[in-house]
Design a protein. Structure first.
Length: 331
């Protein structure tokens, strides 16, 4: 990012005015499609669109307040978006769409020189220790939770060094506190609930345990061996992106019209993003990296960005429900 752009970002932060944001992002559906749409957003405001537009527009959180939570994040977002747009601009039929190294570079751009991140996070690197995430939304799909648990168990079966939280997939926060899913009682309860009531369990918070180093393998200090875990998680992630890239290359080579292209891309994203959130490949910044990935791929396919009403909603949702999240305007 140029010195001039950095100066503009500073001016945005000094204004501390959400009204400006509303004027810029309020008429999203009237702008042209594809990359042409993105270039009409002033660069210093790009992070408002791609980072968390609903927090800016609905909750009236100004750029300055956004920056105060994690100093450095605004400039990081602008730098990352500039890189993504430049890459889309220079794409050709021989260029891969996405890979693990690309994804980790996104994370590096988004978390480098940003304060107040998790201790132990190294920008752009696969994590080597345990981590969990708590979904902040007030409803999930029970099928989404079941799918997440089954995927976790499949990974643990295939990758022996990633079994540190085997048997502990999630905890549900209810009125009487967190309840663990040890011995699968909650999983069975969710399946029964599905039969009786359909897809959604209301008013709960979910804390999900990601893959972690196996407790059976210790390092010299007696802690779970993070090196073996990191290598295996890296291999798992590499395989994940290889499969995803093949689908995206096929989509890009197809001659689908705009609506068909959008539908196909949303199908790919609705399956991939919850799993990426669950794998939590870097120690911190996974949510923002996934959000950047979504918008990068939309731009790559010559589609305008979506406005996610709740970016956290992709964490434990069934893939069929993910398609209903974007507030997407086709003109």
């Amino acid at each position: 990012m140029s010195v001039q752009d950095e100066k503009k970002v500073s001016e945005v932060l000094e204004k501390d005015d959400y009204q400006v944001n509303s004027q810029i992002l309020g008429n999203i559906h009237k702008l042209p499609m594809g990359v042409r749409y993105i270039w009409q957003i002033p660069r210093p405001y790009l992070f408002l669109l791609f980072a968390d537009p609903c927090q800016i527009l609905v909750d009236k959180v100004s750029p300055k307040k956004y920056e105060s939570k994690e100093p450095g994040c605004v400039l990081a977002w602008c730098t990352a978006m500039r890189f993504c747009l430049q890459r889309v601009h220079n794409k050709n039929e021989f260029t891969r769409v996405i890979s693990l190294s690309d994804y980790m570079y996104f994370n590096d751009l988004l978390t480098r020189n940003v304060d107040r991140l998790l201790t132990g996070h190294k920008p752009g690197t696969v994590r080597s220790s345990a981590v969990f995430f708590e979904s902040q939304i007030k409803h999930h799909t029970d099928m989404g939770i079941v799918e997440a648990i089954e995927y976790k168990k499949k990974c643990e079966k295939q990758y022996q060094h990633c079994r540190g939280t085997a048997g502990e997939s999630f905890k549900i926060l209810r009125e009487d506190g967190f309840v663990s899913d040890s011995d699968n009682r909650l999983l069975n309860g969710i399946k029964n609930y599905s039969v009786r009531s359909g897809f959604t369990i209301e008013d709960k918070s979910v804390e999900f345990h990601c893959l972690a180093p196996s407790s059976r393998e210790k390092d010299k200090s007696g802690r779970p061996c993070g090196v073996l875990f990191k290598n295996e998680l890296g291999k798992l992630a590499e395989h994940f992106f290889e499969k995803m890239n093949k689908k995206l290359v096929t989509l890009c080579k197809s001659k689908k019209d705009e609506e068909a292209r959008l539908d196909a891309l949303l199908d790919i994203l609705s399956k991939a993003i919850p799993r990426l959130q669950q794998l939590h490949i870097p120690m911190d910044g996974t949510g923002r990296t996934n959000l950047l990935l979504i918008h990068y791929l939309l731009a790559y396919c010559d589609l305008p960005p979506v406005v996610l009403m709740d970016p956290n909603a992709t964490s434990i949702l069934h893939k069929k429900r993910c398609k209903k999240i974007p507030d997407y305007h086709l003109t």
